[in-house]
Design a protein around this ligand. Structure first.
Ligand code: ADP
Ligand code: ADP
Length: 216
């Protein structure tokens, strides 16, 4: 499970400090962080992802305080335990969808597993596109490929930043359902940050934010 305690963050030189509410998300738990643009949601997610280092506080995933890790240890921990779905799909454009997934495993020093890649692409309904370049996929398909990539290391924690904002209602609800189904199957905790009110009813736990910034 994921537990955070007294997490804070300040951008270099900023006059304000973000103070994040404590979180507790069980294995297979789902949490929606809902709030307006500028509230600090992406900053929060980047902390939980280990992309930004907190000013203070603890973040524990199955008992490991990864806020205290850095460098190669943090990279290894993140690669093996955390799946990230970014706001905008990004891929190595010159490689196929399947090759992009294979790289995610290699970067975490996990053995190749072509069958798992194919199964994951199939579950997301894009196995027909495995051999295509990412640029040849529609926006919705690229978003599903991004989710597939976040799953192939079988993470304990899946973090998604505005995964549905760029999608129409039908695709948004499909992507939301896919994230929840796949997280449940892996027994992973799922945290989504968004301003997309359409997702509110899909999640067990919802935290609503206004602004998390406070004067230093
Ligand atoms: P979002 O679409 O998540 O609301 P923002 O518009 O807040 O994103 O920010 C987009 C990017 O610009 C972020 O990745 C952030 O790092 C950067 N950014 C936002 N505000 C500032 C700022 N005041 N100074 C420097 N960079 C910023
Ligand atoms: P949200 O995801 O809720 O839209 P963000 O976490 O992207 O919010 O940004 C929250 C606030 O943090 C922004 O309004 C911006 O002023 C500030 N911010 C974001 N990125 C940076 C940055 N790289 N440097 C300085 N300030 C930033």
């Amino acid at each position: 499970m994921l537990i955070t305690h007294d997490l804070t963050y300040r951008y270099p030189g900023a006059a304000t400090t973000f103070r994040f509410p404590d979180l507790s998300v069980d294995r297979a738990g789902t949490l929606l962080l809902l709030g307006p643009s500028g509230a600090g949601k992406s900053t929060w997610l980047h902390l939980l992802a280990g992309v930004l280092s907190p000013l203070a506080g603890r973040m524990e995933l199955d008992g490991v305080d990864y806020a205290a890790l850095s460098g190669a240890k943090l990279d290894r921990f993140r690669g093996r335990n955390i799946g990230l779905v970014f706001q905008r799909p990004y891929f190595v454009d010159a490689l196929t969808v399947e090759e992009n997934l294979a790289i995610a495993r290699r970067m975490a020093s996990l053995p190749p597993d072509p069958e798992l890649l194919r199964t994951t692409l199939h579950q997301l309904g894009i196995d027909d596109h495995a051999d295509r370049l990412p640029g040849q996929l529609s926006v919705g398909e690229q978003q599903r490929a991004t989710i597939a990539r976040a799953l192939v290391n079988r993470p304990k924690l899946i973090l998604a930043d505005e995964p549905t904002s760029a999608l129409d209602r039908r695709n948004a609800s499909r992507v939301s359902a896919l994230l929840r189904e796949r997280a449940a199957e892996l027994g992973a905790a799922l945290i989504v940050v968004t301003h997309d009110e359409r997702l509110r009813d899909d999640f067990r736990q919802v935290v609503e934010l206004t602004s998390l910034a406070t004067p230093n």
